[in-house]
Ligand binder design. Sequence first.
Ligand code: NAD
Length: 450
Amino acid sequence: MDTARLLEKQRTYFRSGATKSVEFRIHQLQTLKKLLSEHEDELFEAVYADFKKPELETYATELGILHNEISYTIRNLKNWAKPKRLKGTWINFPSSNYTIAEPYGAVLVIAPWNYPIQLALLPLVGAIAAGNTVVVKPSELTPHTTSVLSRLMSKWFKEEFIAIVEGGVETNQALLSEDFDHIFFTGSSRVGKIVMEAASKNLTPVTLELGGKSPCIVDDTADLETAAKRIAWGKFLNAGQTCVAPDYIMVKASVKDKFLEYLKESIRSFYGVNAKLSPDYPRIVNEDHFGRLVSYLSDGEIYYGGKTDQEECYIEPTILTDIKERAPVMEEEIFGPIVPIITFNDIGEAIDLINSKPKPLALYVFTREKETEDRIVEKCSFGSGAVNDVVAHLGNHHLPFGGVGKSGMGAYHGKKSFDTFSHFKGIMKKPLWLDIPFRYAPYKGKLKWI
Ligand code: NAD
């Protein structure tokens, strides 16, 4: 792939002004929606081939989210794209003031493997809405989905407007060496640093959607049965390969045993006693990740699960207790179906532990106490989160989605996506009928009037 030639082609197209009109953008979003509907079965099959993931889950976590986002964007785009009038100040009286949202130009979207359709196309929706041309680089670790996406997108869109570039690290490096107008990266913090460093050479603005360890607190006032069900759903969805999955659980010591019973029951009620036979339980993406996850199984006592099958990249939903000190499972992002349980006696301890680690992408708390909820939300810094639920908040396009600190910078979803891919140009317009001479020299005697 000649990345320089591709970028030049997109730049020429962008400069032609073709992407500027709101009508054009809406039409492209409608086209994307149509593509997703017409090729739904192919996309289901591709994701199944990569993860053994059931159709309902693929719809809920990939296609459904995209349909909602596209429809919402189409409905609101005219309004978002309008110039916005702002107040003036007495210094500039009289004047009218406004912002104009303009597209950055040619933007690059780099996606990870864990939700290979959603995470490649959701930023694309924002980029199209804002009027950019886009190069999308999906992950090489989901070959079936990436190849179907690439084939479909190149059939439905001109490459000077949207191009899907397949490839691994080298391709990414080649893309990162080009002078894009914005880079939107979703992936690990490790690669996020590489992206930011490459972007700095051209002073390219970046949005970094990264990962980390997202804590989940369960206190003794929580509805333990519902908490266990919701946590088990969010943790074992996509076999734990979700950036906002609850990474570890901190449960009040006095309710630990009861909570663990409910958690075990929830896993069994979702996937049966043998999750390997369940049509609803996906597999780990590849052997490298499988091996990494298996190594965590010896970091504590296996309370439930622990069975694995390398040939199928299968890891049973697993609950770990009695975690060893400084164990990697509590230091690294797990990103798989293993959940360590730690206990606390006072909520302050849980808050201190969270604040001793890098700021998480998500944080969850299960409690009936408003005071506990407020304390955690106020004292901990995190990207976004939920009270008495997990993961589901990212399906609400009214909430901005993104990290803070080591879990990322910038946000998207809904209107925030449009903003992320736009530059807001501020303009002041002055009439000529009044020209107050105060600002002009000579200044003598004017200071006393300020
Ligand atoms: P990754 O960082 O390994 O890869 C992401 C992308 O970067 C891929 O397209 C890959 O080809 C490319 N890449 C990999 N190594 C590179 C290098 N050395 N130089 C340049 N490019 C390189 O991430 P991943 O394993 O695909 O995804 C898992 C990570 O992504 C987890 O940390 C997870 O938390 C995070 N994630 C975050 C979000 C979010 O919205 N914040 C969503 C999903 C995943």
